[in-house]
Design a protein around this ligand. Sequence first.
Ligand code: LFR
Length: 474
Amino acid sequence: MKRVAAVDLGASSGRVMLGTVGADTLELAEIHRFWNGPVRLGNTLHWDVLHLYRSMLDGLAQAGPLDSIGIDSWAVDYGLLDAAGRLLGNPIHYRDSRTDGVMERVLESVSAEDLYAITGLQQLPFNTIYQLAAEGLLEQAETLLMIPDLLGYWLTGQVGAERTNASTTQLYDVRARAWSSELAQRVGVPIKVLPELREPGDVIGTVLPEETGLAAGTPVIAVGSHDTASSVVAVPAGDERFAYISSGTWSLVGLELEEPVLSAEAREANFTNEGGVDGRIRFLRNVMGLWILQECQRVWGSDDLPGLLRAAADAPPFAVLIDPDAPEFLAPGNMPRRIEEHCRATGQEPPRSQAATVRCVLESLALAYRRTLRQAQTIADRPVDVLHVIGGGSQNELLCQLTADACGLPVLAGPVEASALGNVLVQARALGEPLPDLGAMRALVRSTHQLRRYQPQGKPADWDAAESRLFGIR
Ligand code: LFR
């Protein structure tokens, strides 16, 4: 039996989870949960990275003796270190406006086709490459560390770049499986700042007892340090014919493949080929996700999600629809007002109540999932029989049912703590537990976690009509 800690940082909260893993055992206990989110200073949105570090240490100290520690977080963001290893500036939040218009500028020197042929990455305005093009401290920087690698460095003193998260920078060559020195040069990123790559399962080092106050000798193990890579490890699929939605602040909607798909169709549909654990490819697209609803709740001052969902379930269906991926929904702000404006701009009567707004957001998300999944299956030529919804959003029963209805596929919902489970499983394997491959890890998730099944209901024609209304497809 192994006793490991998963540090799992999401965009709205972080947690330290204690994982116990054995032949028939996979258990998680929450040791410490703490706030995370943007901190605005002047016009800039930051992460409070020292609060995250401090909270991680508090949780680890409470966890008792550990066989190892693994860290995962959201992707694309980073800290820069100077030659003495000191942090230069405070890491900036990917939703900050410093990248406004930067993608367009960078595309004047590197074409979208070239970028895709090398990196296979979807165009998101906050990809690390665009953040670096807007970065003021690059000249003084010696080392760039992605957020989990930065926290790992503070725990162990060791520098490196875990591969799954490196793959989200748009500076990583997905076929060569290496940093792209060509791209770095073309966009003016000194190649020396990009550290040596490490694999999920590699030992990063052991904790520095004096600096951290933690027990000496505990190894820190690289996991799929991109939270979505860890989540996909924990998809409880029984065979290859599955799709997934990693559902949280974002909805990451797609397939797991052996090889990247770099076709013109994949690029035009803006699919990403992110690196997965064991060399797999996460062929997916970011759908804006529950972020829109979270921001509505913040503006309404309502944390009664179950109450809102009950009311939304009774609201009239298909009254108004939005494109959740419209750029105006990316930055924090008054989401109910932006939804109203989006409706007016698209010739629709805005929703008049919170219930109608929630219904609109969830139906619009379900439609975006449907479109994304259909495109993914066609472009990758990989039909699926089941859709796994994992992560916090798998608890949203109304959204799961609407997703099954819209996609015309059975939805299997759970596990909720997918990224922490994937994190723990990769550590356990590195420590010698007999979990030879993803199949074995997924079988363990399946046998230890209850899943909830949603069969498609309602009239498929209603969704066809809604889709043509929203995306003008037919
Ligand atoms: C999900 C996630 C997505 C990534 C976004 C920004 O938490 O990691 O995969 O696109 O956050 O980093």
